[in-house]
Design a protein around this ligand. Structure first.
Ligand code: GLV
Length: 332
């Protein structure tokens, strides 16, 4: 009888599908808080599958605690920097993520951060709530234009591509850097390739980060690169917090090196309420909500469950992160 453990309360659609599988024992950490590590390690003992969040480190310790019965770890996220993929692969455990279903919802939020920071929406709302709105002010809340500005993308994968389409809809010029050049999209939509991150930073009015967190991208946006950006430029990050050096960003925002930043992700997460960045009016921070629409979170829950159901029924999961293990096992 397969044992499955889910590490958090998530939209019911996924857990319900797991519970409908005949004879499955489906357990859950039924809370909105992170499961303590020792409880997690106890709870996954003897499991065939674990449905994880990006808050769980899936490493050798996790895999040892689960034991040799473990066949699949399904992450409720597109990013899987919480996975030690080589270790999963070495042990023949399939890892899965939730790409595609969250692409447009995430890009919507990235674009919302872009407009909100450009047009100073948080500051303006605070002003109204504090009773400071006395008249129409010709000099008040003059932000940056979005339309016809240059949108610089670092990464033109699924979410970067969806962001590019939004930018094009606002008649922005879209430039990008990606290790993998997309000549097809250049031809189809007129996006312009730049051969380095630095060139993008130099030209862009808005820089939006769409890269996974890896050893190479950690602190990609450091003091030196922030200095290359225009003083009127805005940085948007919906990728992973550590892609930006937070101290360097604080200094850049405080000193006027750049104009503003909109962050869905921070380092650390959660960002403590007394963090210096939160004292700055030109930094908009939201709590890692880019994929948080009702439908998308349902779709993520369902996809993670479907991946588990496929593997435990001897079929290939839809979205593996280590396809070689799926092939080794001959799953189709
Ligand atoms: C969330 O950050 C995700 O990777 O889906």
């Amino acid at each position: 009888m397969p044992n499955v453990f889910t590490t958090r309360r998530i939209p019911e659609i996924g857990p319900n599908k797991l519970r409908e599988q005949p004879g499955w024992d489906v357990q859950q950490w039924n809370s909105d808080d992170v499961i303590p590590r020792d409880r997690l390690l106890q709870s996954i003992k003897g499991c065939d599958a674990v449905l994880t969040l990006l808050t769980e480190r899936v490493d050798a310790e996790f895999l040892d605690a689960a034991g040799p019965q473990l066949k699949v770890v399904a992450n409720l996220a597109v990013g899987f920097d919480n996975f030690d993929v080589p270790e999963l692969t070495r042990r023949g455990v399939i890892g899965t993520n939730t790409p595609d279903v969250l692409t447009d919802t995430t890009a919507d939020l990235a674009f919302a951060l872009l407009i909100a920071t450009a047009r100073m929406l948080p500051q303006a709302q605070k002003y109204v709530k504090e009773g400071k709105w006395k008249t129409w002010e010709p000099l008040g809340f003059r932000g940056q234009d979005v339309h016809h500005a240059t949108l610089g993308l670092v990464g033109l994968g699924r979410i970067g591509g969806a962001m590019a389409r939004r930018g094009a809809g606002f008649e922005m010029k879209v430039i990008y850097y990606d290790a993998y050049r997309r000549r097809d999209l250049e031809e189809q939509y007129g996006y312009e390739y730049r051969d380095s991150v630095e060139t993008v930073l130099r030209e862009a009015d808005f820089v939006s980060l769409h890269t996974p967190l890896t050893a190479e991208t950690r602190h990609l946006m450091n003091a030196e690169r922030l200095r290359i950006m225009k003083p009127t430029a805005i940085l948007i990050n919906t990728s992973r917090g550590p892609v930006v050096d937070m101290q360097a960003l604080y200094d850049a925002l405080k000193n006027g090196t750049i104009w503003a930043a909109g962050l869905d992700v921070t380092d650390p997460e959660p960002l403590p309420a007394d963090h210096p960045l939160l004292t700055l009016d030109n930094c908009l921070v939201v709590p890692h909500i880019a994929s948080a629409s009702i439908k998308t979170r349902d779709d993520m829950s369902e996809l993670a469950a479907d991946n588990i159901i496929a593997v435990l029924n001897g079929r290939a999961p839809k979205t593996p992160v280590n396809r070689e293990v799926v092939e080794q096992k001959g799953l189709r």
